[in-house]
Design a protein around this ligand. Structure first.
Ligand code: F6P
Length: 377
């Protein structure tokens, strides 16, 4: 293992979907490295692509100044993967070029700020011998091994505010308003915002719904004199039919290998495309069954944009400054995780490829059920 020299070089990149708080984390890491001169920090542009193309910039005080409150990432980001880099219309494995650039820049370590996909890519690089630390960021909050990810709190606030605003118009027009909230695999955002915003029904990827059960819950509200309803739907919510089809293929996939396994994966992808993200189709069905005028609002990237909340700034700053402490101790191959008021190093191999789903007995689910919120199940 390489020895960290004082005034060594650290690389940093942001990868995957941008998230409020990224700049706060970059600033926390950069400023705490500069405070005792322990490291010089080099920022790579646009995720792993920038490292592959050796596009970088020294993160000096000027670069780090005034960025705490900015949304997005001053470094830029991309979803490009080292081993599957889009190059001239095809995918090329550029891992070796990335490793060469790591050496050329005399890096003692690389800090990757990202979600589940970034974690997988970073882990692959660490298996190639690079010293890696990751920080957990994503509005989806779907990373295992950490209490929470930064970006989630801001997105939760935006989605909750949206539900608040939709309430008054839904109520005035006596309509159903369906609000689609980000979260392709997990429903933390839809659940959190749905509960905080008082949605009448919440649909999550983890709890397959049936349209009839959802319609019944809304008609039951009508029978109690409630003339409007708000439905918070996660982007990846799925009906029972789709979920059963996917489950059946996943079962077959367990014993499959090689080409057969890839074929099953492809079938799942197709079913995902067919059944998830079908909020508009679902709204049409709901309108037909209930006879109530229905509208859809898709929040989309609004949830990722703009100023990070105070909680996210705090969290990202804590993670960024902690990363420097672990680097000084030469602790590599870790994700810096949130553990209550502290951070802890979690070996990447323990969490890579795992998804933090909403458990069916999570206190937020129990509270929502106690409030007679429908999950359409
Ligand atoms: O991973 C964060 C996320 O915002 C998801 O909630 C969403 O499904 C996805 O990214 C959207 O990705 P993109 O910005 O690449 O369209």
């Amino acid at each position: 293992m390489k020895k960290i020299k004082r005034s060594g070089h650290i690389g940093i990149l942001t990868s995957g979907g941008d998230t409020p708080g990224l700049n706060a984390a970059i600033r926390g890491l950069g400023k705490s490295a500069a405070s005792d001169g322990s490291f010089q920090v080099i920022g790579f542009r646009d995720g792993f692509r920038g490292l592959m193309e050796n596009r970088s910039e020294r993160l000096d005080n000027k670069m780090l100044s005034g960025i705490l409150t900015l949304g997005g990432t001053i470094l830029g980001t991309s979803r490009d993967k080292p081993h599957k880099m889009p190059m001239g219309g095809k995918y090329v494995d550029m891992t070796d070029v990335i490793a060469e650039n790591y050496e050329k820049n005399h890096l003692d370590a690389l800090v990757c700020l990202g979600g589940g996909g970034t974690l997988k890519n970073a882990y692959r690089l660490s298996q190639k011998g690079l010293n890696i630390i990751t920080l957990p960021k994503t509005i989806d909050n779907d990373i295992m091994g950490t209490d929470v990810t930064f970006g989630f709190d801001t997105a939760l606030g935006i989605a909750t505010d949206a539900i608040d605003r939709l309430h008054s118009t839904a109520s005035s027009h006596h309509r159903i308003i369906i609000v689609e909230i980000m979260g392709h695999r997990v429903g933390w955002l839809a659940l959190g915002a749905g509960l905080a915003g008082g949605a009448d029904a919440i649909l999550l990827p983890e709890i397959p719904y049936t349209i009839d059960k959802l319609a019944d819950s809304i008609l039951e509200r009508v029978s109690r004199g409630k003339r409007f309803s708000i439905v918070a739907v996660a982007e990846g919510a799925i009906n029972r039919e789709g979920a059963n089809k996917i489950k059946a293929i996943e079962k077959k996939m367990e014993a499959a290998e090689g080409e057969q396994r890839s074929a099953f994966k492809e079938q799942i992808k197709q079913l995902d495309n067919e059944y998830r993200g079908s909020t508009i189709k679902m709204a049409d069905e709901l309108q037909k069954i209930t006879g109530l005028e229905t509208r859809v609002t898709i929040l989309g990237h609004l949830q990722r944009g703009g100023t990070p909340s105070a909680a996210d700034r705090l969290l990202a700053t804590r993670l960024g400054t902690s990363a420097i402490e672990y680097l000084k101790k030469e602790q590599y191959g870790i994700m810096v995780a949130v553990d209550g008021e502290r951070t802890k190093p979690v070996p990447m191999e323990e969490v890579v490829g795992k998804i933090n789903y909403v458990p069916p007995d999570h206190p937020w689910i129990i509270s929502a059920r106690n409030l007679e919120t429908s999950f359409g199940d």
